[in-house]
Design a protein around this ligand. Structure first.
Ligand code: E4P
Length: 217
């Protein structure tokens, strides 16, 4: 399973990259705004900075909601860096733009996916990634993981190559459950990724090993 970090925070991206387990980054307009990155030039430069830190795919989201605008923005984003993946909203114009870019061999990520039907359309349009938002479904008392399972089943039935990018991850158990289902990718906060490190028996065991070593040396 690929690990993406879901942030535009440079320090967090560097920290995740330094662990050696990072496969890419996802951003969205809210995450950019959270870091105070505003204005076209600053936003474009920020994407370039992120691409220089990580080796893998970096999802950059279009703001336009019409086909022509999405194509214009997407082409500018794709020209920025070969690691850029065009992130498109799950609306009719987004699906058209997805098909346009996938026909040209440009990587895409269809975002804001909340149903199996939407995921099926994204795959039909040749999306590289589909992003079901499991945490936001859980937030409204709907089983987000059940959606990941449904999409896995449908994609396997037809050998769709679109990768399931489980998004809106909230905690470590989401990551583990996604891995059990066979999600291709997960994107989550640094806290959820680092949470996977923790086990009290590891800490107790390590303390004991170090204590015993000191006794004999
Ligand atoms: C996905 O690419 C989105 O950026 C993200 O995972 C949304 O997560 P949130 O529900 O925590 O905002």
């Amino acid at each position: 399973m690929k690990f993406f970090i879901d942030t535009a925070n440079i320090d967090q991206i560097k920290e995740a990259q330094s662990l050696g387990i990072l496969d890419g980054v996802t951003t969205n307009p809210s995450l950019m705004a959270k870091e105070g990155i505003t204005g076209y030039d600053n936003i474009m430069n920020h994407y370039k900075t992120i691409c220089d830190i990580v080796d893998g795919d970096v999802s950059a989201e279009v703001i336009a909601i019409d086909f022509d605008g999405m194509v214009r923005e997407g082409e500018a984003l794709a020209a920025l860096h070969p690691q850029i993946v065009i992130k498109l909203p799950m609306i009719a114009e987004g699906i058209k733009a997805c098909k346009y870019f996938s026909d040209k061999g440009v990587k895409t990520n269809v975002t804001l996916v909340f149903s199996a039907g939407q995921a099926l359309l994204a795959a039909k349009a040749g999306a590289t990634y589909v992003s079901p938002f499991l945490g936001r479904l859980d937030d409204v008392s709907t089983d987000g993981l059940a959606l990941i399972e449904e999409i896995r089943l449908i994609y396997d039935n037809y050998a769709f190559e679109t990768q399931i990018l489980s998004a809106s991850i909230r905690h470590t158990m989401h990551i583990i459950e996604c891995a059990k289902i066979g999600s291709d990718v997960m994107t989550g906060p640094l806290s959820a990724i680092k949470g996977l490190l923790n086990h009290p028996l590891t800490d107790i065991g390590l303390a004991k090993f170090l204590e015993d070593y000191k006794k004999g040396n």
